[in-house]
Design a protein around this ligand. Structure first.
Ligand code: PGA
Length: 250
């Protein structure tokens, strides 16, 4: 059965005390049982946040990124092996901010995916088109190349460790949410290409999340679509009540 998952991507925000308060505040509120909640703090808080989450079932953590090398002389980098050694379950890979500001290519992301899998981390793999690609109609083709070039070399067993996050770049941090119909159309398409490459059961069981200005006033309608299995939440995940309202809107 595919899972409903809501991920809070804190990006490069919060001082340590604020990070601890945020996770404790969220966990003090009533959360729906059947939604998996994932916190993605800065890697320097990951150990602490993971320790707090370990007391709760269905609450996990994610690294916001991993290095494309497993260890060695790469000053400042954090490897999949290090992240996994904390007991962390997920890593985000291929966020558009990484692709844009750090020039991460599909080929490099494929390497990161392999390292994550090798180290037993589940992957939240981000994809999504720019405003220009949306307007020119080439977004299906673009999303397909992002997914196929970084993920479709995986065998069935390893593909089952993948969660996809569709995040149209034009909707991230802009307050301009994609409409439920627009998101559903893309999610359905993504499920279709997974079915074509693998099989129906893997396609049905893959959680496909939406990200991009998702907030408590649009999450209910988004999550009620057949192929939207949750969200990757940026800005709204920094406010405990907003994040919980999103989680509880299934
Ligand atoms: P946003 O960010 O919710 O602030 O638009 C989403 C994301 O980048 O993951």
């Amino acid at each position: 059965m595919k899972k409903n998952i809501v991920v809070g991507n804190w990006k490069m925000n919060l001082k340590k005390i604020d990070a601890i308060n945020l996770v404790n505040n969220v966990l003090s509120l009533e959360l729906l049982d059947d939604v998996e909640v994932v916190f993605a703090p800065s890697s320097i808080y990951l150990s602490k946040v993971n320790e707090i989450c370990s007391h709760y079932s269905s609450v996990n953590t994610a690294s916001q990124d991993i290095s494309f090398n497993n260890n060695g002389a790469y000053t400042g980098e954090v490897s999949a092996e290090m992240v996994r050694s904390l007991g962390v379950k997920y890593t985000i890979i291929g966020h558009s901010e990484r692709r844009d500001y750090f020039n991460e290519t599909n080929k490099e992301l494929k390497k990161k995916v392999d390292l994550a899998i090798l180290n037993d981390l589940k992957v939240i793999f981000c994809c999504g088109e720019s405003q220009k690609q949306r307007e020119s109609g080439e977004y299906f083709h673009y999303i397909k190349s992002q997914i196929s070039e970084s993920l479709f070399h995986l065998d069935n067993k390893h593909f089952s460790k993948i969660v996809i996050a569709y995040e149209p770049i034009w909707a991230i941090g802009t307050g301009k949410t994609a409409s439920p119909d627009q998101v559903e159309e893309v999610h359905k398409y993504i499920r279709g290409i997974i079915k074509d490459r693998y099989n129906e059961s893997l396609a049905i069981n893959c959680s496909i999340l939406y990200g991009g200005s998702c907030n408590p006033s649009n999450s209910r309608e988004l999550f009620s679509q057949k192929n939207i299995d949750g969200g990757l939440i940026g800005g709204a995940s920094l406010n405990p009540q907003s994040f919980v309202d999103i989680i509880n809107s299934f």
